[in-house]
Design a protein. Sequence first.
Length: 84
Amino acid sequence: MVKYYRTIDIFDEDNFERRMKHFYSCHRQAVECGLECKYSMKEHIPELELKGRKIAFLKYYCKTLFECDDLKLGFNRIIFFLFA
C-alpha cells in the first residue's frame, strides 16, 4: 500500500510580484517532482495544495529549500517530513 501525504503551502509575502514569482516557481518544481497540485487564491494570497508520495515531497522540499526567506524553516520542513 502506497501512503500519500497532503500539505498546503501558503505564499503570504508582502511584495505581490515576489509572491507570485515564488508561487509559480514552487508550482513548477512541485510538478517536476511528481506531486499533484491544486491551487487557489484566497484574498489575493495564493495557496498551493500538494499531494504525493514521501519521496516526491522530499525532492520538492530540497529543490525549494533556498527559496525560503528563513533557511531554518526550510530545514525544519525536511526534518519533519523525514520523521513523519
